[in-house]
Design a protein around this ligand. Structure first.
Ligand code: VNL
Length: 194
């Protein structure tokens, strides 16, 4: 259900075609709410059916047209109402932590391999998050630029400050994961053979 709010969040920046949404989503909102295209496209259809979005055909190339989605008043109202609702808190549910708690059941070499994979993922992801935050800090991120073009200056500033706040949390989390993975690798080495 949160996917529709993630999509509403993105579409408050500007009207977009399905393709723009897919591309824009992966460079911005996906860092806080990941979803594959296979969920995004059907959700856009449902949101249009539910009156949260409308679409119009816009020219595409010389002969063709594409559907461009706009948030409706009802969409904005639904997004604001959701933002003001109490947060439903999710408890821990991450296989990396489930496995970490039971590494005594794994082959040490398999454990090392998994930890190295996790480390690779978090290193890449940290770089991506830091790169995205840099584009928010210098106000060059394309989604933010689109938003700033139609917001009064103070509101644009608010938007930038809150997006950066989210990335500060994501980056701190990625660094904690990396330090913890290194601890895990050191622990497997220490305990291997005992
Ligand atoms: C926005 C721009 C959001 C850049 C982002 O991630 C981002 C936005 C949540 O203005 O909606 O990286």
């Amino acid at each position: 259900m949160s996917l529709r709010y993630a999509l509403l969040a993105l579409l408050t920046a500007q009207p977009m075609t399905g393709y723009d949404i897919s591309k824009g989503f992966s460079g911005s909102v996906a860092h806080v709410w990941h979803a594959p295209d296979s969920q995004i496209y059907p959700e856009l259809n449902r949101m249009e059916r539910d009156g949260l979005l409308t679409s119009e055909q816009v020219p595409w190339g010389k002969r063709s047209t594409k559907k461009e989605y706009h948030v409706t008043e009802a969409g904005l109202t639904a997004f604001r109402a959701w933002m003001d609702e109490p947060l439903d808190i999710r408890r821990q549910r991450d296989p990396a932590y489930l496995k970490a708690a039971y590494l005594d059941w794994a082959q040490p070499e398999a454990a090392r391999e998994q930890l190295r994979k996790q480390r690779e993922y978090w290193r890449d992801h940290l770089a991506l998050l830091e790169g995205t935050r840099a584009m928010l800090l210098d106000r060059s991120h394309p989604t933010l630029v689109a938003r700033l073009s139609h917001l009064p200056e103070e509101q644009g500033e608010l938007a930038a400050r809150y997006r950066i706040h989210a990335y500060n949390g994501l980056i701190a989390h990625a660094k904690t994961e990396l330090a913890w993975i290194d601890d895990g690798l050191a622990l497997v080495d220490e305990l291997d053979g005992q």
